[in-house]
Design a protein around this ligand. Sequence first.
Ligand code: F6R
Length: 248
Amino acid sequence: IPTHIYADAKDASRAVAQEIADLIRQKQREGKPCVLGLATGSSPKTVYAELIRMHREEGLSFHNVVSFNLDEYYPMEPDSLQSYWRFMREQLFDHVDIPQGNYHVPKGTLPVDKVAEFTKQYEAAIEAAGGLDFQLLGIGGNGHIGFNEPGSLINSHTRLMMLDNSTRAAAAADFGGLPKTPRKAITMGVSSILGARRVVLLAWGERKAPVIRGAVEGLVTELNPASYLQTHPNALFVIDQAAASELT
Ligand code: F6R
């Protein structure tokens, strides 16, 4: 997987935001929507901050952006502090001119017997929008992309997933302890992610170094779902020096 290593997350995020802005503007010139797959978590925050700056200072418009987020906890109310719907509004959507209705986050409020139907509709909506032009990803310490935990198959679809203990432990502080942390999430599948025409994965910090090494240099394996990106023709890892520290 091509890997670009930057001195720090800020430098790296500037380059990624520039690529996204270039794509949005190219689609504007073509009179087309720009379909983005978006991630939450700490890694993309600096990218979103840079996109907001470009909107304010450089006239970057999001009027043609259509977006689909990777995942949402289940169950989860949209206005809860920890919801990914709320995260996206606070970190990006409320600060740019993306039309309301153009952005989508998996719904965490459905009764369990309605989830399968919803996940089918979510994939159909991505298809109907023309497919993902660009997918932004973070990576879990266990190699998850979206919430495709280890064991997820390369052809997996958007679905309800049981979260790994390590994923729940990493989120526990936000929920006031492990017992209050959701056990499940709705996530885009690996096949949905690999269907994007461009995939950029972000990783910052030493904590990610072992899993980055596995994903880039190891075998393609369901034990490290990010390794599936080795099979993608147009994937890029954008990482800082600390996350690169175990690459050989
Ligand atoms: C978030 C997501 C997750 C995170 C991953 C890394 O939408 O899909 O895969 O990208 O857990 O999280 P951070 O960036 O907080 O280290």
